[in-house]
Ligand binder design. Sequence first.
Ligand code: NAD
Length: 420
Amino acid sequence: MENLFEGALSHLEEAARYAQVHPEVLEKLRYPKEVLATRLMIRMDDGSRRSFRAWRCRYDDTRGPTKGGIRFHPDAKEDEVITLAFWMTFKCAVVGLPYGGAKGAIQVDPHSLTKGELERLSRAYVHAFANMIGPNRDIPAPDVYTNAMIMGWMADEYANVVGHPCPDVITGKPIPLGGSLGRDDATARGGFYVLNHLAEELGCNGGTRRAVIQGMGNAGSHMAEMLHAAGWQIIGMSDSRGAIYDPSGLFPSAVLRAKQEQGSVVAMAGREGVREISPDELLTLECELLVPAALEEMINADNAEHIQARVILELANGPVTPAADRILARKGIAVLPDILANAGGVTVSYFEWVQNRQGYYWTLDEVHSRLKAIMERESRNVWNIAQKHNITLRTAAYVHALNRLSEAIEAHGTQAYFAG
Ligand code: NAD
């Protein structure tokens, strides 16, 4: 497998060929600002004590406090956390939020913990990183296998540390604890707005519209529902346990019910024309839209050649490796890149933080219309940059972000200013 962080840096170097940036900007963006690794020790329900590796990385804060989710996953590792924080830096810049990028993780399979153990571990994370996070410094949010309830526990633990409620320290909280309306489906909704806004240019605003979704979690399941409601046929879906296929189209609500009751989308196999297929087969189904919404590096040098989608919309972070990117570009498959396509989540997280600081809450319509305006404006910007330089949408998104980051970094003065 390609080195994740080196792959991420290759996008920076590529974008620098089209953005007029000072070398000092690249020097600053090649390295994380702060990385803290620790072990969290908690009491298990059987009375024993166990420790878990945990990290937080604040990659760059030139444009504002850092922002990024916390992931609970058995394969979490430092290189991945740093890469995800790098991507967050560029994502916040693409959509013009006044934030830098960060990310955190605990190396754990949360499904192996009891609810009490999960709460203690979540609180231990905040205790360990209490000096690193903060509403003006670094604001976490949910990511893979973390959810609103965990964010609520974490906000509560931070309040215990500082001695007063502090809802703006974390986003993705339950609504009664200061969460924003519209945060739950914001990642998918943002991607949906991007897709609709560029549908004509991408050639998917009519005719047969078949979609395949990898990863039926928060991001993927909401996307399935939105696409289905808009008339798309969802012919394939998957989760960590397997994949299903129905050429006549699956009903997302039925699949999600089966997943909730029996633990996996595969529970649908055998019902009314639905059959189980391998996870590899799912990615290579003939379709108009492929939505990777699981984990990194799912589309790589080994399978990219076999992808038959017309458009890939990246709801996951980093699902396509740089080597796969080159193959897809050669095949003429358009990729709506993660730092644009899944930026709806962080955008509504930003709205949540703004509402917490104002102590004044918006209606769902206000959230949706502000999100739509941002996603459409930045989709157009990225599209125009891609057209101007004849580059992929990913490189264009990085050029757009790099321009904003370099403006901020250069505003402190470069060598030309001090030595000129
Ligand atoms: P989640 O924990 O809600 O869901 C993850 C889903 O992926 C689960 O259904 C799981 O079964 C599935 N999965 C795991 N491994 C898989 C595999 N090998 N093949 C197929 N499915 C697999 O997580 P989420 O919040 O939906 O995040 C999914 C992706 O979206 C991640 O890359 C995350 O970083 C990204 N993302 C999420 C948000 C957000 O707001 N939730 C925002 C931006 C990006």
